[in-house]
Ligand binder design. Structure first.
Ligand SMILES: *[C@@H]1O[C@H](CO)[C@@H](O)[C@H](O)[C@H]1NC(C)=O
Ligand SMILES: *[C@@H]1O[C@H](CO)[C@@H](O)[C@H](O)[C@H]1NC(C)=O
Ligand SMILES: *[C@@H]1O[C@H](CO)[C@@H](O)[C@H](O)[C@H]1NC(C)=O
Length: 257
């Protein structure tokens, strides 16, 4: 097994659909503690206001605020398939929650299903970052792993190829009918600051880490700072195929590499 990781941060079971506004995860870099009330902290607040305002219209903002040692870089992005309204709600939640959850860190990141937000005093635009990952997986296993993995692999290849076409803006999604009663849905999304090569690289790292936590699972999500990968046996991306959703027990693991 090639995958090496230093710490598995937490592991718990949760019931799907607990609270809508709860993020899927967050990362506060403890090596970047700053006092509140400083210029840097004020600049973070300023850039978050700008992000909340500007992200919904295009679904993506990468911007800076301030100068010299107080310069802040921020990136916010909604998943390419969500509506402007869902994007706006998600970004509002993200900009509020991140300051509560990372009050003293200058490198903060927060993940939701519909959006992702990150800021730092260090430039990170265009860089693939898979140093911190969150995995969510369905605790149930598929009954026919061999066939399932073949179909999943083929679908993933297809949508990864889609995501690196420039006009797709890092989004790939699709479905595969496994039987009259079972359809597999999958989606990948890179942050839009990445080049095609970097997007492909991030998605490849995510998919190559499937065996660690997603193996034979009925559903799985990999959340990185540069890309998002998810598959489920129920519709979850827009336009929604139908309104059946997945009531399922999900486990979460956070991994530092
Ligand atoms: C970012 O802020 C941290 C904490 O104040 C500081 O240690 C670090 O040198 C800063 N990095 C840059 C690139 O300014
Ligand atoms: C699914 O498979 C994993 C690994 O083989 C096992 O640990 C787990 O208990 C299985 N889950 C269920 C619900 O049977
Ligand atoms: C969604 O569910 C409702 C009732 O539960 C049903 O009337 C409606 O047709 C469903 N819509 C779709 C698109 O399946």
């Amino acid at each position: 097994m090639y995958f090496s990781y230093k710490i598995i941060f937490l592991f718990f079971l949760c019931t799907w659909g607990a609270k809508a506004e709860d993020p899927l995860g967050r990362f506060c870099n403890e090596n970047t503690i700053i006092g509140s009330g400083g210029k840097l902290s004020a600049n973070i607040d300023k850039i978050l206001t700008e992000i909340a305002l500007k992200t919904p219209s295009t679904g993506f903002v990468a911007t800076t605020y301030g100068k010299d040692q107080d310069k802040v870089y921020a990136l916010a992005q909604c998943r390419g398939d969500v509506s402007t309204q869902d994007c706006s709600n998600c970004i509002q939640d993200a900009t509020k929650q991140i300051r509560q959850r990372c009050p003293n860190q200058v490198d903060g990141r927060i993940w939701y299903d519909y959006c992702f937000l990150r800021y730092s005093n260090k430039s990170f635009f265009g860089e693939v970052d898979t140093s911190f990952g969150i995995f969510y997986f369905n605790v149930e296993n598929v009954t026919d792993p061999e066939d399932f993995n073949k179909e999943l692999g083929a679908l993933m290849d297809h949508i990864r190829a889609q995501a690196v076409v420039p006009r797709e803006e890092g989004l790939g999604k699709g479905k595969s009918v496994l039987s009259p009663f079972v359809t597999l849905y999958a989606l990948v999304q890179c942050t839009r600051d990445l080049s095609e090569i970097s997007c492909a690289q991030c998605l490849s790292i995510a998919v190559n880490n499937f065996p660690n936590f997603c193996s034979n699972r009925k559903g799985c999500r990999v959340l990185y700072s540069s890309c998002y990968v998810r598959y489920e046996l129920y519709p979850f991306f827009f336009p929604l195929d139908s309104n059946k959703t997945g009531p399922s027990n999900t486990a979460k693991v956070s991994v530092y590499t």
